[in-house]
Design a protein around this ligand. Structure first.
Ligand SMILES: Nc1ncnc2c1ncn2[C@@H]1O[C@H](COP(=O)(O)OP(=O)(O)OP(=O)(O)O)[C@@H](O)[C@H]1O
Ligand SMILES: [Mg+2]
Length: 137
C-alpha cells in the first residue's frame, strides 16, 4: 500500500494527473471512499490527462457509465452507486470494459466479484483539511 496526502484540491488534481500517466489499457481502477470525498474529481483529472484538458466529464451517477477515447485507449468511467443488483453489471458493459479499456469505477463494491486480481484499488478519505489517498497493489 502506498499512501499520499493532498492538502487541497489542486494537489489531488496533480496526484491524479501523475497517476493517469501510468495507465495503459486494459486496466481497472477501483475508486473507494465516502460520498463527496473526491472519487469523481480524481476520475475527471485522469480522463482530462488522457483525453485533453477540455474534455467534459460529467459525473456518471445517473447514466452509470460514460465513455471517452483518445485514439490509443478507450476510457470507461462507471459510477455503480445506483446499481442494486450485480446481475445488471454485464448488461451495462462492465465486463467488456474491464477486458478492453482503462476502466474507472466509483462505488466498486457491488462489482467486487468481477474485478480482475490486478485491479488498482484506490482508497480516498478525508485527512485534516485535505485527503489521504491509499493505493493498494
Ligand atoms: N483535497 C481534496 N481532494 C479532492 N476533493 C476535494 C479536496 N478538497 C475539497 N474537495 C472537494 O470535495 C468534492 C469531491 O466531490 P466528488 O464529486 O469528486 O466526490 P465523489 O467521491 O465522487 O462523490 P460521490 O460519492 O457523490 O460520487 C469536490 O467538491 C471537491 O472540490
Ligand atoms: Mg462521484
Amino acid at each position: 500500500m502506498k499512501t499520499y496526502i493532498t492538502k487541497n484540491i489542486k494537489e489531488t488534481h496533480s496526484w491524479a494527473a501523475d497517476f493517469a500517466k501510468k495507465l495503459c489499457a486494459p486496466v481497472t481502477v477501483a475508486l473507494h471512499g465516502d460520498l463527496g470525498v473526491g472519487k469523481s474529481e480524481i476520475a475527471r483529472t485522469i480522463i482530462q490527462t488522457l483525453c485533453g484538458a477540455d474534455t467534459v466529464v460529467p459525473s456518471p451517477t445517473f447514466t452509470i457509465v460514460q465513455s471517452y477515447e483518445n485514439g490509443k485507449n478507450k476510457i470507461s468511467h462507471f459510477d455503480l452507486y445506483r446499481v442494486v443488483d450485480a446481475s445488471e453489471l454485464v448488461e451495462i458493459g462492465l465486463l467488456h470494459a474491464i477486458q478492453n479499456d482503462i476502466t474507472l469505477i466509483e462505488w466498486p463494491d457491488i462489482a467486487r466479484d468481477l474485478l480482475p486480481p490486478d485491479t488498482l484499488h484506490i482508497y480516498i478519505s478525508e485527512f485534516q483539511d485535505g485527503r489521504k489517498i491509499e493505493v493498494a497493489d
